[in-house]
Structures are given as C-alpha cells and as structure tokens.
Write a new protein. Structure first.
Lengths: 110, 116
C-alpha cells in the first residue's frame, strides 16, 4: 500500500535556528497535508498543498510541494519554543482516507 | 463550534473488559475517522465513515474491535475483550468531503486507553 516517509524522526535545535522536515511518498499525490501535534495534544491541520511545485508560507513556516508531487517539505525559520511538537505530513490514499507519516518530533532548547 | 468531542478522555481498564469510546463530530461534517496512535506504529487509521456508512474498516486490528455511527452526530468504537496491547491514544476526526478527495481533518482531544 501507499507509504509516506518522513525524515528526520527527531530534531533538536537551539532557539533561533532553522528546522526542516521532509516527506516522501511512494506514489504521486493529488495533494499533501501538514499537521502539528503539541506534546499531549492532538494533530492540528496546518496547510494543504495541491499544485506541483507549490510554495506556501505561514509566518515563519514555509511549505513546499515537489514538482513530481511525490515529496514535500516544511521549513521553520528562526525556531521558537512555541514550535515544539511533532509535525506530520499526510497524503490521500484513495477517496477520503489519509496516510500519515511517522512525524518529526521537534524540540527547541531556549 | 465546540470542535470534535471525545469521551472519556482517559480510560483505565483490566484485560478482558469491554471498552467503549465515544465521538461527536463537528456539526455539518459528513466524514468521520477513528485513529489509533502509539509510539511504535504512529497514527493508524482504523475505520472511517462517510454519511454514517462505514467505507473502509481495513485498519481495524481484529474482530475484537467494532465501530458504529448510528447518526451524523455520534460514533462509538468498542473493544471487546480488551488486551494490554490495545493501550494507545484513540483519536476521532471529522471532515467535510464533497468530491471524495481528502480534505483537512479536525481531530478530537483523544482518549488515552490503558489496559492492565
């Protein structure tokens, strides 16, 4: 079945450093979604990318969808302690289903 | 809107007992998803409903798990009998789908289940 792989699994940074997580799919995706889960919380939708090569920004967060629509990345500029959490990418797997990556757990040292 | 509501938030039970998890999706949403999250396996889709009809239950681990959605505002996930390996956080999520494509999902706060 379809798989969505994320790297790295863990990332520890000093506050103010940049952070990037990568997502790769075994198949071409019609869209890709990103979610954030704070420690002890639940996944919260961040953004959906649809177009090949699309780049979207949300303040310090930059999301990119690959040209072949099989990979995506999330980049955070100048991390803050509020960025702590696990970031998941998710791709559709037939109809309404989503397949989630294992996530990248980000910790930030103040 | 109150968002997706799940109950109970925490459940501790003994092996062999029946466990029922409850979910109220966001009003107006027509798709509902049950997920299980563990450190080892990550976030796994167990089953999802569209317009109260189960569409895909291929993620349900075994016959001990069952799910129902009697109406648009309520769903249950039942485990009978429960086993220690069922210990996990169970999330319910809802979404509004128009064309059968995947749309943003809104997750509930989850139920942390511990089976001793």
């Amino acid at each position: 079945g379809q798989q969505v792989m994320q790297i790295p699994q863990y990332q520890h940074v000093q506050e103010g450093e940049d952070f990037t997580t990568y997502c790769n799919s075994s198949t071409t995706l019609s869209n890709i979604q990103w979610y954030k889960q704070r420690p002890g919380g639940h996944p919260v939708f961040l953004i959906q990318l649809v177009k090949s090569g699309e780049v979207k920004k949300q303040k310090r967060l930059t999301f990119q969808f690959g040209e072949a629509k099989k990979n995506s990345s999330l980049h955070i500029t100048a991390t803050q302690t509020t960025d702590v959490g696990t970031y998941f990418c998710a791709g559709p797997s037939g109809s309404e289903k989503l397949v989630f990556g294992k996530g990248t757990k980000l910790t930030v040292n103040p | 809107d109150a968002g997706v509501i799940q109950s109970p938030r925490h459940e501790v039970t003994e092996m062999g007992q029946e466990v029922t998890l409850r979910c109220k999706p966001i009003s107006g949403h027509n798709s509902l998803f049950w997920y299980r999250q563990t450190m080892m396996r990550g976030l796994e889709l167990l089953i999802y409903f569209n317009n109260n009809v189960p569409i895909d239950d291929s993620g349900m681990p075994e016959d001990r798990f069952s799910a129902k959605m009697p109406n648009a505002s309520f769903s249950t996930l039942k485990i009978q009998p429960s086993e220690p390996r069922d210990s996990a956080v169970y999330f319910c999520a809802s979404s509004f789908v128009v064309t059968g494509d995947s749309y943003e999902q809104y997750f509930g706060p989850g139920t942390r289940l511990t089976v001793t």
